[in-house]
Design a protein around this ligand. Sequence first.
Ligand code: COA
Length: 321
Amino acid sequence: MKYSKIIGTGSYLPEKVLTNFDLEKIVDTSNDWIVDRTGIHQRHIAAEYETSLSMAEKAARRAMADAGITPADIGMIIIATTTPEKIFPSTACLLQQQLGIGGCPAFDLNSSACAGFMYAFSIADQYIRHGSIKYALVIGSEVMSRILDWTDRTTCVLFGDGAGAVILGQSNEPGVFSTHLHADGTHKDVLYLDSILRKPMAVEEALSIKMSGNQLFKLAVNILGDLFDETLAANSLNKSDVDWLVPHQANIRIIQAMAKKLDLPMERVAITLEEQGNTSSASIPLALDKAIRDGRIKKGETLLLEGFGGGLAWGSALVNY
Ligand code: COA
């Protein structure tokens, strides 16, 4: 029996930081409101020359160095992004070219929004378990700052830019115990980004996130609670078996509710929200990389990864690191 295992992680954050106090000068908001309602203090914003591709490449090279492999070892590249370099070719194909490799499958998952990393991670896990590839490069990379309406205080204070990458490698020991994916299109209007291809419309109208925050908050708490039950039951484990929660970073109150559901103290939750905001599909690998590199997450510990976003789409993975 073959498994996939996380053998390397890497991340990249743009240098520019936008604090809540900076935002007070742009829209009618306050540091106190943002911190109280979301937990966010600041976010990173990509420079003009930076893109989801350039950030993905930096995170990928760090992850490969961490795993001790070279680009030639990679058997599949998946990039989760709602902010791709081009509509096509995929950002993953462009990255493949920049890494100087060819031949392996490379594709973007751009429709699962903030759940995109869990979808990408699950697909890579299936291919490795099946034995068809040995190493997969799984990335979440986002320039959310380019799809925000900077006059809309209900959304522009929430998001940030960045990239995170994971190398999954084949292993005889688990590894990834299981992954779980879901979607429910009946909630399609709760969070979406329109497309200029659907009908003629102004670019500004098409390229800005629309969200019913309150509704999404309630949906997230419910679906994630059920998702945790499903993930643990699939592995005949109890919540006390989970050492770490590595959640999508959307709102500290959602994360606190999820930690409570698992009876985990907040010290056992990988959080980057305060400094990074919601980086959509990049948030899980960014949080994972940080907690591994600063020594909090240790080899052999059991991690529960979860993400949710537009669709609605949501997913989890239970992992022995
Ligand atoms: N600064 C100040 N006031 C703001 C504000 C801001 N940035 N954004 C909204 N408000 C105001 C609203 O206009 C509203 O004012 P009103 O009562 O006069 O109408 C008030 O604050 C409360 O708004 P509400 O939307 O009910 O706040 P909330 O407690 O639900 O918090 C979110 C809003 C967006 C922070 C919260 O709903 C949330 O995080 N939801 C989940 C979002 C999410 O997960 N998104 C990512 C999914 S991948």
